[in-house]
Design a protein around this ligand. Structure first.
Ligand SMILES: *Cc1c(COP(=O)(O)O)cnc(C)c1O
Length: 383
């Protein structure tokens, strides 16, 4: 690579240092480090405005925000999640004694398939967590329909989807509650951080109590709770990064388009395209190597050898990770997840990627997948 540093997935997007320094000056002069401080409140207002929801409750990370959302909704028993997602979607349930039940994804969008959800609902099911994977919105209408017909709570893991749209509206307002991650590797980061967004006043109130040990005042505890608070330094990073997001999307889009053009003529390799009718943050460049796991792994190894730290993602599917793989009962039937998990490679993306980098990636992938046979897609993945 032209760059001395290896090119990797998830390089942080950092706003201007001098802006961050001014926020640090404010923290020092105010002496307020955490506990619903002024910068956290400012960030919450900005995020609520940007996502068009009534309430944003900032948290220490996306996983705790998911756990608090799950508790605030009163979920129990079984909750349906996609098998193809980051493991935290499922852990946020099992960590609090709720069983994640794995349903399959749509082969075109990699998001939860409402028909697959319907097939795994039991009398113990209380909710559904859709995931806007890669920033591509889940089928919000289809999932809401299933949730309504079965009397289930619907929420979304929107960790990838800050500043994206679903049905033309900003991600954040669908279901009962949506959860963002502001982790360092995400499109918008606060070092570590996350937020729960909702239009439900009572849910927001409960989540705020749960975030701070159930404190309703200085010394009055009214609810069970945990420590989910965002610190002022994290909010400072968020406020530093927010104004640059539009420009970041443009830069991300340019890199995404460049990869799409470069890889277009490699047979059996496809760059997943965002829905043209939605706004995307273009944070992930996802290539699908149709030949299967062997060719995909060959491509990843060849890229690593050239200093390009491309990654398999969510392999081999959350249902095949521990502890879920050894749970009692029949293994979930999620053929599309297995097809996708064997074929996805996530490429380094973002403003740091140069045209030379893209050419290198093209050359390496083309030679790694060359000559391998192309088996048919399974029926479930053909549509
Ligand atoms: C990153 C991520 C999370 C967890 O967020 P953290 O802020 O890292 O705790 C949850 N779900 C998905 C889909 C993610 O990508």
């Amino acid at each position: 690579m032209s760059d001395a540093r290896p090119l990797h997935v998830g390089r942080p997007n950092l706003g201007p240092r001098e802006v961050f320094d001014r926020y640090v000056d404010r923290i020092y002069s105010g002496g307020w480090l955490t506990n619903d401080g002024p910068l956290v409140r400012e960030l919450e207002e900005e995020v609520a405005a940007r996502t068009g929801v009534r309430h944003c409750v900032a948290m220490c990370n996306g996983t705790v925000a998911l756990e608090i959302a799950v508790r605030a909704l009163g979920l129990e028993g079984e909750v349906v999640v996609p098998a193809f997602t980051f493991v935290a979607t499922a852990h946020a349930l099992s960590w609090q004694g709720i069983r994640p039940v794995f349903a399959d994804v749509d082969p075109r969008t990699h998001t939860l398939d409402p028909r697959s959800v319907e097939a795994v609902i039991t009398p113990r099911t209380t909710g559904i967590i859709g995931v806007h994977l890669w920033g591509r919105p889940a089928d919000v209408t289809g999932l809401q329909d299933v949730a309504d017909r079965h009397g289930l709570a619907l929420m979304f893991d929107a960790a990838h989807a800050f500043d994206c749209t679903a049905g033309g509206r900003p991600v954040g307002g669908a279901g009962r509650v949506e959860v963002f991650s502001f982790h360092a590797t995400k499109f918008f980061n606060t070092f570590e951080g996350g937020a729960l967004v909702t239009n439900d006043d009572e849910l927001a109130h409960t989540a705020r109590l749960m975030r701070n040990f159930g404190f309703a005042g200085y010394d009055t505890v009214v609810h069970p709770g945990t420590n989910g608070k965002m610190s002022e330094i994290a909010a400072a990073m968020g406020l530093t990064n927010l104004p640059g997001l539009d420009a970041l999307i443009d830069a991300n889009r340019a890199v995404h388009e460049s990869y799409s053009r470069a890889l277009a003529d490699i047979p059996g390799v496809e760059v997943l395209q965002p829905d043209p009718l939605e706004r995307s943050n273009f944070q992930y460049v996802v290539a699908v190597v149709e030949d299967g796991a062997e060719a995909r792994d060959r491509a990843v190894a060849a890229l690593h050898a050239e200093g390009v730290l491309a990654r398999r993602y969510f392999w081999p599917g959350v249902h095949r990770m521990q502890p879920y793989a050894s749970w009692d009962g029949p293994a979930p039937s999620v053929p599309v997840t297995e097809w996708v998990a064997d074929r996805v490679v996530v490429l380094p993306a973002g403003p740091g990627v140069t045209p030379d980098d893209v050419s290198t990636v093209r050359r390496v992938i083309a030679s790694a997948v060359d000559g391998a046979p192309t088996p048919d897609r399974p029926a479930a993945a053909r549509r």
